[in-house]
Design a protein. Structure first.
Length: 159
């Protein structure tokens, strides 16, 4: 019954959605590659869903693939911190982990400085994750302050 309802809903909505030329708001990722050139609300929702559920946007932002750009690193940083706040908090508390390493890469930290970056986030964890309700924007601001105050990392301070 659910399949019949879904098929009927798609049959009714698809012609209208396909003709509605929405601006491509799907972002970058697998969905934007697979559905590139497809206009309409349904295609944008499908692309955004694929981007979000396939877990490849971080890879795309880091490498500049999957229709992602590495040119706007601040936007990539904001998006990454927002999407990975809880995992990033765990990794920062431990001073290691994939999300922390990815953040350093997006930040533009050289491989030779990543260990210092990780140590600084661990040492200043309570300054970066200042409360249980800290926002991604606050974490990024706090982390930028930590980076700017570290002698070896200060060259990576965001403008």
């Amino acid at each position: 019954m659910k399949k019949l309802f879904a098929a009927t809903a798609m049959a009714v909505v698809l012609p209208f959605a396909a003709s509605a030329h929405a601006v491509s708001d799907a972002g970058c990722g697998l969905g934007s590659v697979l559905l590139e050139g497809q206009d309409g609300l349904v295609m944008n929702v499908l692309a955004a869903t694929l981007n979000g559920t396939s877990g490849n946007q971080t890879f795309g932002m880091t490498t500049g693939t999957l229709n992602c750009s590495t040119e706007n690193s601040l936007l990539a940083l904001q998006s990454f911190v927002n999407d990975n706040l809880d995992t990033l908090a765990v990794d920062a508390a431990r001073g290691e982990g994939e999300s922390l390493d990815t953040l350093a890469t997006l930040w533009g930290v050289k491989a030779s400085d990543k260990a210092v970056f990780s140590q600084a986030t661990q040492a200043r964890f309570s300054d970066i994750f200042s409360s249980d309700s800290v926002t991604a924007e606050q974490v990024l601001e706090n982390m930028n302050r930590v980076v700017s105050e570290d002698q070896q990392l200060s060259a990576y301070t965001l403008g």
